[in-house]
Design a protein around this ligand. Structure first.
Ligand code: NAP
Length: 284
């Protein structure tokens, strides 16, 4: 039995980051790409994620301005900070780490960020442009998935793609991205009947549900490309994906690991989005 080729997201992210670092070090301007990151409250995971994003941004030469707000920060106070950063010409990207405390409406905050400074691709204007196949900033995880799929050299045009998960940050924008590339896309979710009848037709299967090792080989078409978006923290503190790696490796043609698959590439795409916003704002 031929085993799947493992797609090394960590290495791909390193390559993208190295290329970006070279571009930034070649800049002939003193205005450096700058990303503002905001965390509200003391969610431990959010602090770890943002510290990692800031560190990786700094490693490639993107400057960061980190704002740590207490959990009793009001929606108005956060909006005021975002307005200030929208107007600040030295800031090219604004990232508000989700989730926010319940007292703050996330959608209001997402919509308050200038669409040209949105690095997550969550702003309705950017989502709309993606639907129109005129993408501006596209969400980082869908971009990471597309990058991984492209590395397999499989034909996206005409491929049957099945995405399990319909969130606004992964499933829906990824479906638009792949439909724009002429794939035939099916989105499945928790109400989908007979999930296997869909997944077994998938040339490319992308799983983003948040359910540890849910997808085993019985869901996978022979030689399919399988992209595992899931990040699940187990009781023993290890991390696993939504795909049962050990069971699917003998059936798929390509498979992403967790960790070191979609995750590192998602951060690499955040840095790319920051760079793209910067070059557009400076008209470089
Ligand atoms: P989410 O908002 O919770 O959405 C999960 C989706 O999966 C929903 O559409 C849900 O259906 C569907 N679903 C759940 N159980 C299902 C089942 N048994 N069968 C079919 N569909 C099912 O999650 P998310 O934010 O998209 O994240 C999904 C996973 O990806 C999580 O593990 C998250 O940590 C991970 N993630 C990773 C990255 C990365 O950088 N690698 C980035 C983002 C997210 P309904 O809509 O019907 O409820």
């Amino acid at each position: 039995m031929k085993q799947a080729i493992i797609l090394d997201g960590q290495q791909m992210a390193q390559e993208l980051n190295n290329q970006l670092k070279a571009k930034i070090s070649d800049l002939k301007t003193s205005i450096m790409p700058t990303l503002a990151t905001i965390i509200v409250g003391d969610n431990e995971a959010s602090h770890i994620y943002v510290a990692n994003k800031n560190k990786q941004a700094n490693n490639v030469g993107i400057q960061t301005k980190a704002f740590y707000l207490t959990s009793d920060t009001s929606e108005n106070e956060l909006l005021k900070l975002i307005t200030k950063l929208n107007q600040d010409e030295s800031v090219h990207g604004i990232l508000v780490q989700l989730p926010l405390p319940k007292s703050i409406n996330e959608q209001t905050i997402i919509e308050a960020i200038d669409a040209n400074k949105d690095v997550d691709g969550f702003h309705p204007k950017n989502l709309g442009l993606l639907m129109l196949n005129k993408p501006n900033t596209v969400a980082c995880t869908p971009l990471a998935c597309l990058h991984l799929i492209k590395q397999t050299n499989c034909q996206i045009s005409g491929a049957n793609v099945v995405i399990i998960g319909r969130s606004n940050i992964v499933g829906k924008p990824l479906a638009a991205l792949l439909a724009n590339l002429d794939a035939t896309v099916t989105i499945c979710h928790a109400k989908t009947k007979n999930l296997k009848t869909h997944t077994l037709s998938a040339d490319i299967l992308i799983v983003a549900i948040g359910n540890p090792r849910f997808i085993d080989e019985s869901y996978v078409k022979e030689r399919a490309v399988v992209i595992d978006v899931g990040i699940n923290r187990l009781a023993n503190k290890t991390i696993c994906g939504d795909v049962d790696f050990a069971k699917v490796i003998d059936k798929a043609s390509f498979l992403t690991p967790v960790p070191k698959g979609v995750g590192p590439l998602t951060i690499a795409m955040l840095l790319q989005n920051t760079w793209n916003n910067y070059t557009k704002q400076l008209k470089l």
